[in-house]
Design a protein around this ligand. Sequence first.
Ligand code: ATP
Ligand code: MG
Length: 451
Amino acid sequence: MSVTPSSAPSKAQKLSAVKGMNDILPAAVPRTEKLPSSERWQWFESAVRKVLARYGYQYLLTPVVEPTALFVRGLGEVTDIVEKEMYSFTDAMNGDQLTLRPEGTAGVVRAMIEHNALYNGPLRLWTAGPMFRHERPQKGRYRQFHQLDVEALGFAGPDVDAEMILVARALWRELGLVEGQHVRLEINSLGQSAERRAHRDALVRYFEDHADALDEDARRRLHSNPLRILDSKNPAMQALIEAAPQLMDFLGAESRAHFDAVRAALDAVGLAYRINPRLVRGMDYYNLTVFEWVTDQLGSQGTVCGGGRYDGLIAQLGGKSAPAVGFGLGIERLLLLAQELDLPMPSSAADAYAVVPPGTPLAPVVATLEALRAQGVRVIQHAGSADGVGSMKSQFKKADASGARHALVFGSEELARGQVLVKALRDGSGAQVERSLADVAQWAATLQSNA
Ligand code: ATP
Ligand code: MG
């Protein structure tokens, strides 16, 4: 589709991002929304890379756009996401039905099926990126948001369920979040579908036996979606709901053993959790273990990470049947939490800021700064406009504002002697030393914070 002049915005018209979709900006840019800075984002990303490498997970990327059918088949037609949250559209060029991915698992599974990846054995994978859901935007809930997705495909044992949970815990520890205080673990077992059916039947019988105690909503849901009655907020029905049959009591020996083994692994490493019998997941494809990491500090958007086992999905999407387990972590939510708790992160400030007095020849400056950067020093050059580079005073102000720990002053006298002046900006000493331009590699490390 071409943009015709009439549909192009007039020059004066201000363009803004789509509602519910955010720019993630450096802390130095004044931000209206209370979203995490891009520095926080990078802090998180490097922790993720470190932690996932420790557990042997491999990185992959899949497209942001997938055939709509992938999500309809993968997530189930009667889920919130498929019913009302997907950005779906017809490709104007060829009529294909496409969807901006609302979650990461379906795409990863599609890719592994497409590339026959599971024939060589099970796989540990992770990916991260933007997801899209048409929801009502609010704090911690956006229309474009980002997820970290961790998936283990082809593993049937409860050891991997526990590993998933521990990967998340390792990430909390790397970031400085305290489990049990900042984030808490809730787990449940959904059993297998036959067990869920037996529970559902018992639930319907139970509520039928107490039909006179049901409110109008509950009566309407009794046969269409009896599980939803358990979510009722009506105080008059709480006692009835408390005493309703619980899925846990319908689990067979195998499901029970699987759950017990996951619990034993968590107990072995001293990880506390709450068994939450009401914990179900939004997607149809989950079975056995489900878990969520929740926080009390983000209001109603309290789930930062959710996952579980989905043994049926690979076959459902056309692959050779194989078990799998995974989780999705909401990056914005996690970083809002990190921001609220003001978790410490390494400074992203430069090591040095180069002050270049007006009239300084450019050649020795550029050569010196490039030599420093080649040694790994983070150095910002005061770059001027066409009409000169600004007064020393304004350059020192910029040097200060940059957070750099040193100023490199390329004064003409020093340059004439083949030297540059290195001035300490942060330690209160104001110490100055001259350094030779001829042997930058000899002193470069003295500018670095870890030196
Ligand atoms: P919720 O109950 O909050 O809608 P969900 O069950 O729909 O969450 P999942 O599909 O399990 O969420 O996605 C995994 C994680 O992604 C969530 O735990 C949450 O941290 C994050 N997340 C989900 N939807 C959004 C959104 N619209 N904006 C920001 N983060 C989100
Ligand atoms: Mg949701």
